[in-house]
Design a protein around this ligand. Structure first.
Ligand code: NAG
Ligand code: NAG
Ligand code: NAG
Ligand code: NAG
Ligand code: NAG
Length: 356
């Protein structure tokens, strides 16, 4: 009796059947974080000279070019060109005892570009663009993006337990990565409110609250709402995600892969890496990682940059990148070819598993 693939991030213990994956991760992927740290420190110092505070365009552009796009709805009162993003019942907490319970953003897309009309957080109206961007970033990276990680542990266990050779590359790194995030003192997340960050980086989100928030998958129902995605247009981020899903479905059929794996593979391979690629287009913005900071000092801007380079930008071992492009096997090559037809640059960043 095959076990169903359940969305759960905390199912990441090193059980005997996945020990080889932990060894592989420690050997090939872990050293990258240390090497990358040196690069991140120098690059962040350099970026400090060029960072700009976020504008309305950045806030809306970020939402439209990451998985946050799934939350965009035409304005409830039907005004032409106006859109809303609403989040309710959020469980995320930030250090210092702050809670993000809800947020709501409204913007207008017109002839003269985009304009933010309003933003409220926990029922309070805000206008500080840096804080607004920080709040959206905090919610996206710790709640919405995390949802693309949720099938990975279970999917990897399925591949290992059933010895699904054709998907072997999709088993690498994901479980040990989640284990480090949730259980090690090197995690960028905060452990029960006391800081374990000592490498010059660290986020503002409390680890337990991320796990709690990850239990609510209702926001991802957007995956099924294909009609809504189409409304964004064929070449928008949402449109490309939709076309990638159809491409994956076709390739899976050709290679006789169990169709039950469609949603898990879609998130694990495509959504996760494209979302990171989307985020990394905003590397030059100056804002504090903590959504309740009202200012952004040089030190805070530096911390944000370290977090971005180490955590949200693709962090691969160049000798073993595990991008589908680099895997010389029929299923991955076939998928790579199909994704290239949608967007060649996009196809190059897709990885066979959750690698960072
Ligand atoms: C958002 O949170 C605030 C503070 O907890 C609350 O007063 C308000 O009713 C909430 N709004 C929505 C729409 O849930
Ligand atoms: C830090 O967290 C650990 C683990 O949760 C806890 O045992 C310890 O008491 C905390 N220390 C402080 C100073 O809060
Ligand atoms: C920046 O990061 C350091 C080290 O992780 C941390 O101790 C410090 O509180 C952070 N500073 C700000 C202003 O967030
Ligand atoms: C789950 O999240 C959605 C929005 O993402 C929210 O509307 C819903 O109330 C949440 N459910 C629970 C039980 O928190
Ligand atoms: C983000 O997406 C929108 C709409 O899909 C597009 O017009 C815009 O150019 C994108 N912005 C960036 C910075 O890529």
């Amino acid at each position: 009796m095959p076990t169903p693939i359940l969305p759960r991030i905390d199912d990441c213990e090193c059980t005997p059947n996945v020990q080889h994956l932990f060894r592989r991760h420690h050997l090939l992927q872990s050293p990258m974080y240390y090497i990358r740290w040196i690069y991140a420190a120098f690059y962040s110092l350099y970026l400090l000279f060029f960072m700009e505070p976020p504008t309305d365009r950045d806030i809306v552009g970020y939402i439209e070019n990451t998985t946050m796009v799934m939350l965009i709805r035409p304005a409830a009162d039907g005004r032409l060109g106006e859109y809303e993003v609403t989040v309710r019942d959020c469980k995320l907490r930030a250090s210092g005892g702050y809670k993000l319970k809800n947020m709501s953003l409204r913007y207008k897309r017109g002839k003269r570009g985009v304009r933010l009309l309003s933003f409220t957080r926990n029922g309070v109206r805000m206008s500080n663009r840096g804080q607004i961007f920080s709040t959206v970033y905090f919610y996206h990276t710790h709640s919405f993006h995390t949802k693309s990680h949720l099938f990975s542990n279970s999917l990897v266990r399925h591949i290992v337990d059933n010895n699904v050779k054709i998907l072997q590359e999709s088993s690498y790194t994901s479980i040990p990565l989640h284990y480090e995030l949730l259980h090690s003192s090197l995690s960028v997340l905060e452990w029960d409110g006391n800081v374990s960050r000592y490498l010059g980086y660290g986020g503002a989100c409390i680890r337990e609250s991320l796990v709690e928030e990850s239990r609510n998958m209702s926001a991802l129902a957007g995956h099924q709402a294909m009609e809504r995605w189409k409304s964004h247009g064929k070449d928008s981020f949402a449109g490309k995600l939709l076309r990638s899903r159809l491409a994956l479905q076709g390739v899976m059929e050709r290679h006789e892969i169990d169709p039950k794996l469609l949603d898990p593979l879609f998130n694990h391979v495509i959504v996760h890496s494209l979302d990171h690629d989307g985020i990394s287009q905003w590397s030059f913005l100056r804002f504090s990682l903590h959504p309740w900071d009202t200012e952004c000092s040089i030190y805070q801007a530096f911390n944000t940059s370290m977090f971005r380079i180490l955590i949200t930008q693709p962090n691969l071992n160049p000798l073993a990148p595990n991008t589908i492009r680099s895997i010389n096997k029929p299923f991955y090559q076939d998928l790579y070819r199909e994704l290239r037809k949608i967007d060649p640059k996009m196809a190059d960043v897709v990885t066979a598993s959750v690698m960072y």
